[in-house]
Design a protein around this ligand. Structure first.
Ligand SMILES: Cc1ncc(COP(=O)(O)O)c(C=O)c1O
Length: 401
């Protein structure tokens, strides 16, 4: 037989980057239905259903706006709807994605101010409180924070940041990126007093890329009426009218919305609290493996460990990208690269989305076999440490009906 440059890999690819995540069969099937008339009654029922049932996933009773776009679009929508040209935005440098959001704010004509950090900690509520307290004239119009920094595996404490803004008696809006935490890590838009929550479809929501979200508070809606920033595609007001009746102002991503309806069914069936407990448990098992191998975790504060991914620091002598290549070529598993500052220093294990004990066991086994195959010095027993923890705690996560 003639040799072909692509060979078939039997079994399912392990997509263990921290998003996009493995799309469950149920969601894939749901998306395979024929596209329907987006101005007809069937679509109206679908639109009304997902727009209503997505709200509890954000922990809100307020509107959630759905854009046919990647998460970056929802970042832009959050800024251009709430701010006016030249407005100051206080941002915190948790990592690569916080920097990208800052760059975007700059390019859009706002004035972002970045509190720098070592990429090993979450946004510091004390530093935010201090900066806001100094801003007596309330020049800062918004505080923008990434909840789960996907480049570092650090989860910021949003409720404490809310408290910091309140302690400073400051009227700034709170904008939060939950692109890699929604549907994986506990999040409460209303209870935590968030004004705009940004999210995307391709991580905890278990969908392919292509949908993004803004959950909006009443204060954010008021700000959008006063905002003088030019916008059209991203305009919340254009969306909210048709959304009231289950429709969209332009052609929606119908088949992704079928997938979203199925994904929400799945989250409801498992129960959000159980989903979060499952992610917490898999993250702890992963950290036990990493620690047993003798590697450091990028996140330096255990109170900020991410339950969605673990970023692993490797010794200077190790090329993490060569390790990832070895694992991909030999075991058909994709892991996340170290991004910008962490390039060549770290790799990332995604453990979020449609995931169970045995997928985690397979993932960690792939890493351990890769370490052996690549000849990277490490202590033995990483996978065993994770398996012991999983076996000890199996069924222990409180099942909330
Ligand atoms: C925390 C975070 N913010 C923003 C983005 C950008 O989203 P997208 O690539 O969907 O535009 C990502 C993507 O991974 C992310 O993880």
């Amino acid at each position: 037989m003639e040799e072909h440059w692509v060979s078939y890999n039997s079994g399912r690819h392990f997509l263990q980057i921290p998003g996009p995540t493995n799309v469950p069969d149920r969601v894939l099937h749901a998306m395979s239905y024929p596209t329907i008339d987006h101005r007809g009654p069937d679509f109206q029922a679908l639109g009304a259903d997902v727009l209503e049932r997505i709200k509890p996933v954000f922990g809100t009773t307020n509107p959630v706006i759905i854009f046919p776009a990647s998460g970056t679009g929802a970042w832009e929508a959050a800024l251009v709807n709430t701010l006016s040209p030249g407005d100051q935005v206080l941002m915190f440098e948790t990592g690569h994605f916080a920097k990208l959001w800052q760059n975007m704010a700059q390019r859009l004509g706002f004035e972002p101010e970045l509190i720098e950090s070592d990429w090993r900690h979450g946004a510091d509520p004390a530093a935010i409180e201090k900066r806001l307290s100094e801003d007596r004239d309330h020049e800062i119009k918004a505080v923008a924070v990434v909840h789960n920094e996907t480049s570092t595996g650090v989860t910021s404490r949003i409720a404490e940041i809310r408290k910091a803004i309140d302690n400073a008696n400051h009227p700034a809006l709170l904008l939060v990126d939950t692109i890699s935490s929604l549907g994986s890590i506990r999040y409460e838009h209303d209870a935590w007093g968030v004004d705009v929550t940004v999210s995307g479809s391709q991580k905890g929501l278990m969908l392919p890329p292509g949908l993004s979200f803004n959950a909006v508070s009443d204060k954010a809606l008021d700000a959008s009426k006063a905002s003088r920033h030019p916008r059209s595609y991203w305009d919340w007001q254009e969306m909210l009218g048709p959304n009231d009746a289950g429709f969209f102002p332009y052609t929606p991503a119908t088949n992704l919305l079928y997938g979203l309806r199925e994904a929400i069914d799945m989250l409801e069936e498992e129960g959000l609290q159980n989903v979060f407990a499952r992610h917490d448990r898999h993250a702890e098992a992963t950290r036990r493996a990493v620690t047993a191998w003798g590697f450091d975790i990028v996140c330096a504060n255990p109170a900020e460990y991410s339950s969605a991914l673990t970023a692993v620091l490797v010794p200077d002598s190790v090329d993490p990208d060569a390790l990832r290549r070895t694992i991909l070529e030999n075991f058909d598993m994709s892991l996340g690269a170290g991004l910008s500052k962490l390039k060549g220093k770290a790799f990332r294990i995604g453990h979020l989305g449609d995931f169970n004990d045995l997928t985690l066991a397979g993932t960690l086994s792939g890493v351990e076999m890769g370490l052996k195959r690549a000849g990277i010095a490490h202590q033995s027993g990483g996978v065993q440490a994770a398996l012991d923890y999983l076996a000890e705690t199996a069924g222990s996560a409180a099942k909330v009906a």
